[in-house]
Design a protein. Structure first.
Length: 256
């Protein structure tokens, strides 16, 4: 299918966006974060070694690192999919590093909008139902969640694809469904893990342009990628190596 019939640019429809009101506070605060795995025979491996990092409301940050750097472990902790062995992780004033699994699930659904490389859409569900899912989990009434999901899909120019299943959509359209789903709960942050990894270069550029627009509308975006050209869409690039922050600086396009 050709994505040219459905531009990735946001339409005039209103996507759920956070009420930042020009805030300058930290939305993510990580203090001396460690993740250590017990490998048996009294051997331990530390995937993260004392990482400290602050991300402010409406920042656009890329996290980079080679395979084995600790980047994926860090992403899992930021996404409340795992907990640290030591240290603190604050998300929107919640000390999530000390929460149990049920509390983590609640925070995950409320505070984080995920966009994955593999889209993670239900194969037998329509675009509309896929976008509705987070609202089903938090008990939103049926009529309200359907209207909110329709509005989110209209905003990413998929009004004509609401009843299509994933196998009836192009890769770019599937990623836009995933983005609409990520935004439906008005999350504190959007966490995008290799969002262009399964897309051709042209469609990948369209999706990154969409992230630019989401950031301009006030969303805080954390982008995890191994591709330098994709990382340059962010305003700040953090490199992780051997479980530690190797560098943290503005991206090239914002150094000029």
């Amino acid at each position: 299918m050709d994505d040219r019939t459905n531009s990735a640019s946001l339409s005039s429809a209103t996507l759920p966006t956070p009420a930042t009101n020009g805030e300058q506070r930290d939305i993510i605060v990580v203090k001396d974060l460690w993740k250590t795995y017990d490998m048996g025979s009294e051997q331990q491996v530390s995937a993260l070694r004392g990482i400290s990092l602050n991300i402010r409301v409406n920042e656009y940050v890329a996290i980079m690192g080679p395979s084995g750097s600790g980047k994926s472990t860090f992403m899992n902790i930021i996404g409340c999919l795992d907990t640290p062995s030591k240290g603190e992780y604050w998300l929107n004033d919640h000390l999530v590093s000390q929460l149990d699994d049920d509390e983590l699930a609640r925070i995950r659904n409320k505070e984080i909008g995920f966009v994955f490389q593999t889209f993670n859409l239900l194969a037998r569900a329509s675009s509309l139902h896929n976008v509705e899912l987070p609202l089903i989990y938090n008990g939103t009434p049926a009529a309200e969640r359907t209207e909110r999901a329709r509005e989110a899909l209209r905003a990413v120019n998929l009004e004509g694809r609401m009843n299509h299943k994933p196998n009836e959509l192009s890769g770019g359209q599937r990623q836009r469904v995933a983005i609409a789903r990520a935004l439906i709960n008005r999350p504190s942050i959007i966490l995008a893990d290799e969002p262009t990894g399964n897309l051709d270069s042209k469609t990948g550029l369209e999706i990154m342009a969409l992230f630019d627009e989401l950031h301009a509308r006030g969303n805080t975006i954390v982008l995890v990628t191994h591709e330098p050209d994709i990382a340059e869409y962010a305003h700040r690039v953090v490199h992780i190596r051997d479980g530690e922050i190797a560098s943290d600086e503005p991206s090239k396009r914002f150094r000029r």
